[in-house]
Design a protein. Structure first.
Length: 315
């Protein structure tokens, strides 16, 4: 199979039939063999009824429904696990991504040799204050910390080699950083394509300003994990040893000063340097233990259930 189109969604009943027809018409006109995977992330409207109807009518269409809302990253994880295509396309369900971009994205993967191609919504139809300005700040920070020169990390329209999505673990809310996760996994041939951005036709956006706060926090997380995720002792242990040496050195100085240099007879506990030395040594030991525990957790971690599927359509 050439293509899998993975579409995570939440309460998009009005757009699904139109989106399905648009994707199918585009791919069939170019002669693709394909599947469309709708991942219902706990919708409370009739989205799943629409997906089941589309699945019964079209053998190229499949659906997965979560028993509650787990988030876009978990929906993508489930879609990636189920995808069978040699190239995997992700897109949003709100009709703001244009399926007519898919053939060129496919060509960039199969003929130009990219591991991943990320869409760039150069001209947007979102609110300038609510989305455009925060997006620019967010993307600038992501470029600086990751080293990837992408303009739009959070664009839902992306194309991947199958091996990329099978080897990159999307968890938490890290869907914004799939290119960074791919780079950290060794897939360095990452490209970008300017894509059309459509104005929202139905409903309203599911994301508020809080997603940008969460995005920056996730960016710090992924920066830390990419640098020290596989070697926590290198960070915590190094700081721990440094703090302990500073505290221990200061304690030795106080002892020598008390024994040989200070004729006043003051108690060591009356000197503020004593408490600085004590706190430094305690912090050093705690940081070292944190690094040691991190190493133990890393070596004993097991896959955990991150979402629960309530139902699948029959293929």
């Amino acid at each position: 199979m050439q293509l899998s189109v993975v579409i995570p969604l939440l309460n998009e009943e009005e757009s699904l039939t139109e989106l399905h027809h648009w994707i199918s018409a585009t791919l069939e006109a170019d002669g693709f063999s394909y599947e469309i995977l709708f991942i219902d992330d706990g919708s409370t409207d009739k989205s799943w009824d629409v997906i089941r109807t589309l699945s019964r009518k079209h053998n190229t269409t499949k659906g997965i429904r979560f028993n509650r809302n787990y988030g876009k990253s978990q929906a993508l994880h489930a879609g990636f696990a189920a995808a069978m295509g040699d190239v995997v396309i992700t897109m949003d369900a709100d009709l703001q991504d244009n399926p007519e971009e898919i053939p060129e994205l496919y060509t960039m993967i199969t003929e130009e040799g990219y591991d991943l191609v990320s869409g760039w919504k150069k001209k947007r139809y979102d609110s300038v204050i609510a989305k455009n300005i925060p997006s620019k700040l967010f993307n600038a920070a992501a470029r600086k910390t990751s080293g990837l020169k992408l303009h739009d990390f959070n664009c839902g329209l992306k194309a991947y080699k199958k091996e990329v999505i099978k080897n990159v673990d999307v968890y938490g809310e890290m869907h914004r950083y799939i290119p960074v996760l791919a780079k950290n996994a060794g897939y360095s041939n990452i490209g970008e394509k300017v894509v059309q951005h459509q104005a929202r036709k139905y409903g309203k956006t599911k994301f508020g300003m809080e997603r940008f706060i969460n995005g920056f926090l996730d960016l710090l997380t992924i920066w830390f994990l990419s640098r020290f995720g596989k070697r926590p002792m290198h960070l915590f242990g190094a700081f721990g040893v440094l703090m302990f040496v500073i505290g221990f050195g200061l304690a030795i100085y106080l002892g020598i000063d008390k024994l040989f240099l200070d004729p006043s007879g003051r108690l060591i506990t009356q000197r503020p340097q004593f408490y600085i030395a004590l706190v430094s040594m305690i912090m050093g030991v705690q940081l070292f233990i944190a690094g040691f525990l991190g190493e133990l957790v890393l070596r004993s971690q097991r896959d955990k259930e991150r979402y629960r599927i309530a139902e699948k359509t029959q293929s």
